[in-house]
Write a protein of this length. Structure first.
Length: 69
């Protein structure tokens, strides 16, 4: 939110008095894992462990079952 400054010449940030609602699954909604080139295996293990432990993964709405190979 922004409010007009006391001298009326500019807008300044101001705290909101209205709570923000966030739909499920809530926060965090995005994480970025980084590693040195060639260490993607470490990233996949870390991301997979986070996903399993947090149980927060929400598949995209149009993401159907994978075809059996």
């Amino acid at each position: 939110m922004f409010a007009l400054s006391a001298d009326g010449t500019r807008y300044v940030s101001a705290p909101s008095r209205m709570p923000t609602t966030i739909p499920a699954p809530g926060l965090p909604f995005s994480l970025v894992f980084r590693a040195e080139p060639g260490r993607e295996d470490v990233l996949l293990r870390i991301a997979s462990a986070y996903e399993a432990a947090s149980k927060r993964r929400v598949p995209p709405p149009a993401f159907g079952p994978l075809p059996m190979a």
